[in-house]
Design a protein around this ligand. Structure first.
Ligand SMILES: C[S@@+](CC[C@H](N)C(=O)[O-])C[C@H]1O[C@@H](n2cnc3c(N)ncnc32)[C@H](O)[C@@H]1O
Length: 258
């Protein structure tokens, strides 16, 4: 089994999903993904660390064929419960598998057109076996979508929350304890670019996720009340300097001459 520290935070993660920051994260990532998804036909998508399957489900509803791979039986169960409420044709486009992403070559049948790994790399002791596995099951002209903790601006979260001693400690480290109480590791785009180059990946786009709302602990209001907030988050996540201080970074890579 890979050394992942996520399991102890599973219950808290489920609780996060309905909070404002969880809603912002999923909405913004979905909109950014839509910019890299090829809608000319169904894509084969692999979602490693799919968890409850928010993004996978949206892609399956749009006609894409999705394989969700995750180590957590509990979160795969949440995904399966959500899937059970979908029309039969959506259900038929989703396959769920339990296992570590690092073993993807043994567990799934590639090649995939789009490989996603969102909110996983920060929990791994070593990201390289995961990146190698994601690359091995991706096709020659595939896309890769990674959601990482932003290592460019580590003091932002504590600073915005008014915890200035913690902000001072955060400036010169990429290690942190997240809101699930888990020790985790942030990364910068350069680190990922270097690690992925040998596998033929080039970064084509990058976005920030959660610029204005990362410090919020509030439950989410109804979606209708969030229209302007979500639009502002999308704008900020797509441009400098705002995206550089976002809580998370969404890095989008491509292979082949595109
Ligand atoms: C923070 S959740 C993110 C879920 C989903 N990708 C999202 O962004 O909404 C992290 C997920 O990664 C899974 N995970 C952690 N390490 C993993 C590994 N080595 N292989 C596969 N899944 C892993 C956890 O079980 C959990 O479901």
């Amino acid at each position: 089994m890979p050394n992942t520290s996520f399991a102890a935070g599973t219950e808290q993660w489920i609780g996060e999903l309905g909070r404002l920051r969880g809603v912002v994260r999923q909405h913004v990532v979905a909109a950014q993904l839509a910019e890299m998804v090829d809608n000319s036909g169904p894509m084969r998508v692999l979602d490693v660390g799919c968890g409850q399957g928010t993004q996978s489900l949206l892609l399956a509803r749009s006609g894409h064929h999705v394989t969700g791979l995750d180590v957590s039986a509990e979160l795969l169960g949440q995904f399966a419960d959500a899937l059970a409420g979908e029309p039969a044709e959506v259900q038929s486009r989703v396959r769920l598998l339990q296992g570590p992403g690092e073993a993807a070559t043994e567990l799934v049948d590639g090649p995939f057109d789009l490989v996603m790994c969102h909110g996983v790399l920060m929990y791994l002791d070593d990201i390289n076996p995961m990146l190698a596995a994601l690359s091995a099951v991706a096709g020659e002209r595939a896309r890769l979508s990674l959601l990482i903790r932003n290592g460019l601006a580590m003091a932002m979260r504590d600073g915005l929350r008014g915890d200035y001693p913690a902000a001072l400690r955060a400036f010169d480290t990429r290690q942190y304890t997240n809101r699930l109480g888990l020790h985790a590791q942030a990364h910068t785009p350069d680190v990922l670019d270097r690690a992925l180059r040998p596998f033929g990946w080039q970064r084509r786009r990058w976005y920030g996720v959660r610029v204005f709302t990362d410090h919020s602990d509030e439950p989410s209001p109804a979606a209708a009340e969030l229209t302007d907030l979500l639009a502002a988050e999308l704008q900020a996540g797509a441009r400098d300097p705002y995206r550089q201080v976002a809580a998370l970074l969404h890095l989008c890579y491509a292979r082949g001459a595109r």
